[in-house]
Design a protein. Structure first.
Length: 354
């Protein structure tokens, strides 16, 4: 009989995996991806050891210590043969698991997975101590399958960007056969790099800063405010009813709701404030000189009311928000205030639901 996961525990696992996926989307470094994967594996499953074998343009063998830190390993690792066999024959082991991961157990106390099932490019073997108090086998498999699939997707994205960069560099070297051509190409490259930087910091759907863009811009202002002991605040917001709009009207309408909410949220702040779509239906802002932060929330409510009266939509735009004032005398980073504002926002949302 399959062990049932407590709802609160399952919710905590889902939030942890969601947080990992957000960080992976912002990561452009393979080592950082492996560090995120290792930390998630060991925190969520209480594992004692792990081996990851990747095959793309070559072969990479990585082992993880008890804290989840990755380090390079070789083919002499005792689990390498089992992992390599899974990459060679993942198709034949798929039927026992279903879904996108094939699995088998090379020895007692371990779990082995390979993804994707039709033509595996990554194999993971994880081991546990008997006294570790790890989750049930089925729960482990679900967690590790999700982590492995997210890791492979993130590494594939990084590899694609690296291949594109190598191609661009190769073509550039061939073009630069005269001084003038070389100068022209450098100018085009400067423009492209600037455009790419802007794109990397911008949310495509709303035109606001994305999560990375928020921290790049807000961290600078936050540090200046702390040094000068200037008043500042962080506001975290969440769009209400997005799932209902997606279910009833479709995801195009859901995207339109997010764009409308973004426009109202942006309008509620000054041009100098840093405003971003944090991900999904979440928004965040950093603002200076707000001695009375509740005025910001009141302005947001007024703007929402005006928008819903003036615009004809099949839905009503509603936003739950929490605000936290930053203490210049406290030794807290910007992320800490973002998390506190997030908690206040959820408290407000719960009050609305009741």
């Amino acid at each position: 009989m399959e062990h049932r996961i407590e709802p609160q525990r399952e919710l905590a696992q889902l939030r942890a995996l969601l947080g990992m996926s957000r960080e992976l989307l912002q990561s452009h470094d393979a080592e950082a991806v492996l560090e995120l994967a290792g930390r998630a594996m060991f925190e969520l499953t209480q594992a004692s050891s792990a081996l990851l074998v990747l095959r793309a343009e070559g072969e990479q063998v990585v082992t993880f210590d008890r804290s989840g830190r990755p380090q390079a390993a070789g083919r002499d690792h005792p689990w390498y043969g089992s992992a390599a066999g899974m990459l060679g024959g993942a198709r034949s082991t798929r039927s026992a698991q279903g879904g996108s991961a094939s699995a088998h157990t090379p020895e007692s106390g371990t779990l082995a997975l390979a993804v994707p099932a039709p033509a595996a490019v990554a194999a993971l073997i994880v081991g546990w101590d008997e006294s570790a108090g790890a989750p049930a086998p089925g729960e482990r498999r679900r967690i590790l399958t999700a982590i492995l699939e997210l890791t492979v997707a993130a590494l594939g994205n990084i590899q694609s960007h690296s291949s594109l960069e190598r191609l661009v560099c190769s073509q550039y070297e061939q073009m630069a056969d005269t001084a003038q051509a070389h100068a022209d190409e450098l100018a085009r490259r400067d423009v492209t790099e600037q455009e790419m930087r802007v794109l990397s910091l911008t949310d495509v759907l709303t035109g606001l800063n994305n999560r990375r863009g928020f921290f790049v811009h807000a961290e600078q202002v936050f540090k200046v405010a702390q040094r000068r002991h200037a008043r500042s605040a962080v506001i975290f917001a969440d769009v209400d009813g997005l799932k209902l709009v997606n279910d009833r009207l479709g995801h195009d309408a859901g995207d339109e709701l997010i764009r409308d909410a973004a426009a109202v949220f942006r309008e509620s702040f000054r041009e100098a404030d840093v405003v971003a779509r944090f991900g999904g239906d979440e928004f965040v802002a950093f603002t200076l000189d707000d001695a009375q932060p509740q005025i910001v929330l009141a302005r947001l409510r007024d703007n929402l009311r005006a928008f819903n009266l003036m615009q004809e939509r099949q839905y009503e735009v509603s936003i739950s928000a929490g605000i936290v004032q930053c203490d210049a005398a406290a030794d807290q980073g910007l992320l800490s205030y973002v998390l506190l504002a997030d908690e206040k926002m959820y408290a407000q949302k719960r009050r609305h639901l009741h």
